[in-house]
Write a protein that binds this ligand. Structure first.
Ligand SMILES: Cc1ncc(COP(=O)(O)O)c(C=O)c1O
Length: 463
């Protein structure tokens, strides 16, 4: 007999433990367990739970004004947060406006509309084609699922997704798709040739945007693009007049290292930011660190100029756009990150996390790869890395690993499709930016013990 409850998460039958209290990276559950949320769900926590200043700012804001409609009013928190994001450095790079919405999916939807309307107002109405990549995740709405490559999230909807104007090329995924004896540069060239071929096949004048996660998120697992790739894509977009959009919903806002944007961490020696910088960046998750739903579309001045010169407004708007309490919370989160130099800590603790994980589980026969940047790592799992035997598709090893690791007080973020968007298991580790060595060691220990248990259970189950 099921306990009666009405909330639908995903499962219609299972009810996980309730989280009662949070403190830094720790959660206290109603079953008495204290766990480290080592991934903050999918990389959401940036300063951990329980920051009193953020809570106070939210309470102060809500008691002053809880909501204003963005179509009639602006607000100090929204204006201040936009200016906090467009620092002098980013202004010099040409970024000029920020739109705040509530989820990564909404940010990508709005970025899509922005690019399309830009070309529409410019009279380049033939630019209707969108090019993304086959291993990708851009969100949960129908349009974002169409952009994505996560087969397991799309199966029931596949036949109704509006693929007409959406096209894909291969995702850089060196752990699986780089050929033996191929250099990074050769691999990039091969991918860029494929992209150029796609432009030619569709007609370069019809492409509105090339769109991808500069560091791959949960769909493939924290892959960093090979040398020359970003520069090559930027140069193709310049050549054909298409917009370049980076989805940094998961990897951005400081998650990947010492800069606010992840793409800044990916610059090759001798190149400049201008060689790889996108026209639009979408961010979310760590921006407000989980205190309130908030995401953003950050756009280049060329959009502003186009709308000003044509006298048009952006045909888009949401009831909860620029939400005043979310913006008030994010201001404090972002100031806290800056005042405490937390992005430097991301780089420092990230290196420690990677090396300790390598030491603890690198030799496990089911750990194929530990990859990522900053505090953003995927541990990719196969049945036996020596033979490259995989766990069967119907044996959800990620979920088993999650449950076993949780027993040791560490919550990770299980994922699937790490090999080609369909096959392959793994999990994400992405702790808050203010973790210290002690917490890193607790995370590593829980993963080490839990993964060993999971491996043993799987050996028996699959014998
Ligand atoms: C790269 C990327 N884009 C978009 C999204 C969608 O964000 P949300 O779940 O907030 O809609 C995600 C979520 O994981 C993501 O990782």
């Amino acid at each position: 007999m099921l306990e009666k409850y009405h909330l639908l998460r995903r499962s219609f039958t299972e009810k996980p433990p309730s989280a009662l209290k949070g403190e830094g990276p720790y959660l206290y559950l109603d079953n008495g367990q204290k766990v480290i949320d080592s991934s903050g769900g999918a990389a959401v926590l940036s300063i951990g739970h329980g920051n009193k200043e953020v809570a106070q700012a939210m309470a102060d804001q809500a008691s002053k004004i809880c909501y204003v409609t963005p179509s009639n009013f602006t607000s100090e928190p929204a204006e201040e947060l936009a200016s906090l994001i467009i620092t002098e450095e980013y202004e010099k790079m040409g970024y000029s406006k920020v739109m705040f919405v509530n989820s990564g999916s909404e940010a990508n939807e709005n970025a899509y509309k922005l690019v399309r309307q830009y070309f529409y107002e410019k009279g380049e109405t033939q630019r209707t084609q969108w090019v993304g990549r086959d291993i990708a995740y851009h969100g949960n709405t129908i349009l974002c699922l169409t952009m994505s490559g996560t087969a397991h999230r799309k199966a029931p909807f596949e036949d109704v997704l509006p693929y007409g104007n959406f096209h894909k090329v291969s995702t850089p995924h060196p752990a699986h798709l780089k050929l033996k004896n191929e250099t990074d540069e050769e691999y990039s060239d091969r991918l860029l040739k494929q992209l150029d071929d796609k432009f030619q096949a569709l007609g370069p004048e019809t492409i509105m945007a090339v769109w991808f996660e500069p560091i791959l998120g949960t769909s493939g697992g924290c892959d960093v693009p090979p040398k020359g790739y970003l520069k090559g894509v930027r140069s193709l977009c310049n050549k054909y007049g298409a917009m370049l959009v980076y989805d940094e919903v998961i990897c951005g806002s400081g998650r990947s290292g010492s800069t606010f944007f992840a793409w800044q961490q990916l610059i090759d020696e001798g190149d400049t930011y201008a060689d790889i910088q996108p026209d639009i960046i979408t961010i979310g998750k760590a921006l407000c660190g989980g205190y309130a739903p908030l995401s953003a579309v950050i756009m280049h001045e060329k959009f502003t100029q186009n709308f000003i010169s044509t006298g048009k407004t952006f045909t888009s708007g949401h009831t909860f756009q620029s939400h005043i309490v979310s913006c008030a919370a994010a201001i404090v989160v972002q100031k806290y990150i800056r005042t405490n130099n937390l992005l430097e800590n991301v780089t420092k603790q990230g290196k420690l996390l990677k090396s300790k994980l390598q030491e603890a589980i690198g030799d496990y026969k089911n750990v194929l790869d530990i990859r990522g940047l900053g505090l953003f790592y995927t541990i990719e799992l196969v049945k036996d890395k020596n033979t490259m035997e995989l766990y069967p598709m119907d044996y959800n090893f990620s979920s088993l690993a999650y449950n076993c690791i949780l027993k040791y007080g560490v919550s990770v973020y299980p994922g699937r499709g790490s090999i080609d968007g369909k096959k392959g298991y793994g999990f994400l580790v992405a702790p808050p930016f203010n973790v210290n060595e002690k917490i890193i060691m607790e995370i590593v220990q829980g993963i080490k013990l839990g993964l060993k248990d999971a491996m043993e259970i799987a050996e028996k189950d699959l014998a």
